[in-house]
Write a protein of this length. Structure first.
Length: 320
């Protein structure tokens, strides 16, 4: 009995010294490579070109999603190959670091390594911060980091999850002065790197995927506004946001929201529940600013009984 009492005291002492969040924290290694490549944008739909001379993380727009849990340590390396012509960097909005150190520019042929603890739960933007920053973002150097909350109270499990990132499309990627000063320089909106990416309605001749779900499912949208100048009036046509988690943090929850304004470089998490009583239902997730919606910022979600069981799950949360 005496031994059991001693053991119990020892366990309680260790638990006090190492709380659950710290005990289960892990280190997540993330490596990205800056790539200056051409990417497909569907830009011809808005008077541009279907190919953009992009600057990217790992060759895609947006860059790959980073997903960790609150309290995890992100062990990050950015590689800037020697064949690139420009310096690049990364700015994680989820990191508490030194802007002059961890976020410093990396010249071609060099790399940057640093660590940070993901202390605040939510959904955050990351982007290149090298100058001119406006051009590096407009040419595609951005992505999403999701920091899962430890406390799941008021955060129901989603049946499906999707990432959507919106960005102004500038056909002339060299003219960064116009990006800043000419309100007409942008010609459309990219969703995950393409105009009308998930909208076969307004581009019936295109090859489009749509977001899918089963009737009655909770669909969670991780949304980032990567525009360089404009807010986004994020709205689900034919639905209502069941919950809006400001900055993706369950401690900041709104209920029954028709439209939520997302500031430049802000992110939020949105839940909707597809109609349970309809065999097929279409929902259009849009920027309700019409000059953005009708020039690319429309994503179609289809609720149906034969929805692809893999979409919106695991690694398939960004449809290509």
């Amino acid at each position: 009995m005496h031994i059991l009492k001693k053991t119990t005291v020892a366990i309680l002492t260790v638990a006090a010294l190492f709380p659950a969040q710290q005990a289960f924290a892990k280190t997540v290694k993330v490596t990205m490579t800056s790539m200056e490549v051409d990417v497909q944008t569907n830009g011809k739909l808005v008077g541009g070109s279907n190919t953009m001379a992009a600057w990217t993380f790992d060759g895609s727009i947006p860059g790959k999603p980073v997903r960790v849990e609150e309290g995890d340590v992100v062990d990050f390396t950015l590689i800037n190959p020697a064949e690139n012509k420009n310096s690049h960097s990364i700015d994680f909005h989820a990191a508490l670091v030194n802007v002059l150190d961890e976020f410093a520019e990396v010249k071609p042929g060099q790399s940057k390594h640093f660590k940070f603890e993901a202390k605040v739960p939510g959904v955050f933007m990351y982007h290149c911060g090298a100058g001119p920053m406006v051009q590096h973002i407009a040419r595609g150097m951005y992505g999403v980091i999701i920091v899962e909350p430890k406390d799941k109270t008021n955060y129901p499990k989603a049946d499906r999850e999707y990432i959507l990132v919106q960005q102004q499309y500038f056909p002339d990627v060299e003219n960064y002065e116009a990006m800043l000063n000419d309100a007409n320089a942008w010609k459309g909106s990219l969703i995950n790197g393409k105009v009308l990416h998930y909208d076969p309605v307004h581009d019936p001749k295109g090859d489009h995927d749509v977001l899918e779900a089963l009737p009655g499912e909770r669909v969670r949208i991780y949304f980032v506004n990567a525009n360089i100048n404009l807010p986004v009036a994020f709205h689900p046509i034919a639905s209502i946001w069941d919950r809006v988690y400001i900055n993706g943090n369950p401690k900041n929850t709104l209920y029954g929201i028709q439209t939520y304004n997302v500031a430049v470089a802000e992110a939020a998490t949105f839940d909707l529940v597809t109609p349970k009583d309809k065999e097929v239902a279409g929902i259009a997730i849009v920027d309700h600013s019409m000059n953005a919606a009708l020039r690319g910022a429309i994503s179609v979600l289809v609720s149906k009984k034969d929805a692809n069981p893999n979409n919106g799950k695991g690694e398939i949360i960004i449809l290509k």
